[in-house]
Design a protein around this ligand. Structure first.
Ligand SMILES: NC(=O)CC[C@H](N)C(=O)O
Length: 521
């Protein structure tokens, strides 16, 4: 064989395969070969349908306690760039793929995924018929699973998985939260991402972020839209948070069963109405729990990068990134208010009813007054977002930071800034209109915590037009959520980012692509 053929063979060959076995608690078994660390791990089997972004998925702390199946057939083909990791180390229990690529090719890659997983002790299997596995989970539901490279006897694994602990009832957020508070600001944004995003807006809000297993990209998006963050542990007492005098409180994503995270939602109960609050995913569930709502376990969860969600306030559909296995039962928040719900008196189980009627229904909650359903999943009619009408708080079940996924919902970070401004308005202060658009083109005069006196007219400084900001619009009618999603997304992300990343062009070439492609500069 020629030297080049030998080299190719060497580069693309995998070490002699060691068998691995995945067994679900209902007895379904899937064999494959080990492709990372050796061992035996237990967790809830779930699947993610994202076409790219496997490192972000693998390092998302919300996957603690779970074994993830990637439906995209080849994983690892663009290697690993540690700057894209969402946490210091992966929290998932195990990984299932069809094919683990041994020869990544990407100018940003620091090495192959298999090596990254092996070094961090993550057990992974390849060669599994992931289509059959995912169909099985869709039909039979989420369940306990065991993945082993040390015992491949089906009967023995079945016995062991049936004796293993369920994810339900476990407080996993406590296992991935930070031990001590820490700050995140502009200097913490990864330099290697600068090619893909516009510069951060000047810091103008101080925000306390509860870390229940926060993805870094969520914190980075908050910083980019003008927040200075004090990140605190999952159970920080509300009194201590309020003593820090924040402009707003953010509640992060996180793993496991929300019912078990009482240490957070019992604090949220004391924060709602005292300070503007924004929650994402587990953070949304914490707000719902604080309002006394019931949370259901979904049959197989939503995990992927193309979930359509309708914003009921604007009628616009966002393509969203999602990762959750539990969800709010909207009717459990309270009785409908017919005069604010298009005249309808009864609750509907399938919330797509409201999308068809073009109505954002409102309930009366025993604890916190009126709450509106703002977002609905068009895939299965479950709740995807709520906003409080009598106090400044809103939350979404899905992931506006994407990472990975489309950036349609980036406007929610901008909305949080506007909500914090609305609280200032409510207290008789004033805000700068360009700053409320949350774009990088904010004049530096808006920096710092001094609210600059100016007109509240829209469209200043070349920013995407902010609607005329009046209190009822911002606070009660949810005007802060009514943002042109295309303009806002482009304000945060240069137009050529996606294409240039895929093409693997240099940062310099990228700049040129970005500038040509931008429509709102
Ligand atoms: N990404 C998240 O925050 C997940 C929330 C919660 N653990 C769920 O599965 O529903």
């Amino acid at each position: 064989m020629s030297e080049i053929a030998n080299k190719l063979l060497e580069g693309t060959s995998k070490p002699a395969p060691r068998p691995a076995m995945l067994v679900l608690e209902d007895g379904a078994a899937f064999s494959g070969t080990s492709c990372a660390a050796e061992g035996e791990v237990y967790g809830e089997i779930c699947f993610n349908t994202s076409l790219e972004g496997y490192l972000e998925v693998i390092t998302d702390p919300s996957y603690a306690g779970q074994i993830i199946t990637m439906t995209y057939p080849q994983i690892g083909n663009y290697g690993v760039n540690p700057d894209d990791a969402q946490a210091g180390k992966p929290a998932l229990r195990g990984l299932v793929v069809r094919d683990m690529c041994a020869t990544p090719s990407n100018w940003r890659s620091a090495g192959p995924l298999a090596g990254y997983l092996r070094e961090r002790g993550v057990v992974a299997v390849e060669g599994v018929d992931t289509r059959a596995l995912v169909r099985h989970v869709r039909d039979c539901g989420a369940q306990r699973a065991v993945l082993s490279t040390v015992d491949v006897d089906e009967a023995s694994l079945l016995r062991k998985v049936r004796a293993s602990a369920s994810l339900v009832g476990q407080n996993l957020a406590a296992t991935v939260s930070c031990a001590q508070p820490y700050a995140v600001g502009v200097d913490d944004l990864p330099a290697s991402h600068a090619f893909a995003v516009a510069p951060a807006a000047p810091a103008r809000h101080r925000v306390v972020a509860y870390d229940c297993g926060a993805k870094r990209s969520i914190l980075h998006n908050l910083v980019r839209t003008g927040c200075e963050l004090a990140v605190v542990p999952w159970d920080m007492p509300a009194e201590e948070v309020l003593a820090m005098e924040p402009d707003g409180v953010f509640l992060s994503n996180g793993p496991g069963d929300p019912e078990a995270v009482e240490g957070t939602y019992s604090q949220v109960e004391k924060l709602l109405g005292r300070v503007p609050v924004f929650g994402i995913c587990l953070g949304h569930q914490m707000i719902c729990k604080a309002a006394g709502a019931q949370i259901e376990k979904l049959k197989f969860g939503h995990r992927g990068g193309n979930h359509p969600v309708m914003n009921l306030l604007t009628g616009r559909v966002e393509i969203t990134a999602q990762n959750h296995g539990f969800g709010l039962l909207f009717p459990s928040l309270g009785e409908l208010v017919p005069e604010l719900s298009g005249g309808f008196e009864g609750h509907e189980d399938d919330l797509r009813f409201w999308a068809r009627e073009k109505v954002a229904p409102v309930v009366t909650n025993d604890r916190f007054g009126r709450i509106r359903l703002t977002h609905v999943s068009l895939n299965d009619g479950t709740a995807e977002g709520i906003a409080f009408l009598d106090l400044p708080a809103f939350s979404v079940q899905y992931h506006p930071e994407a990472s990975p996924g489309p950036t349609d919902a980036h406007y929610l970070f901008t909305a949080f800034g506007r909500l914090m401004d609305s609280a200032v308005l409510a207290n008789g202060g004033s805000v700068d209109a360009a700053a409320t658009a949350g774009t990088p083109s904010c004049p530096s005069a808006a920096a710092g915590r001094t609210k600059v006196q100016s007109s509240l007219a829209s469209g200043q400084s070349g920013a995407p037009a902010a609607p005329s900001l009046t209190l009822p619009d911002l606070y009660e009618k949810g005007g802060y959520l009514d943002i042109d999603i295309a303009a806002d997304r482009l304000a945060g992300w240069t137009f050529g980012e996606q294409a240039a990343t895929v093409a693997g062009v240099s940062a310099k070439e990228q700049e040129a692509v970005g500038q040509e492609g931008r429509t709102n500069a």
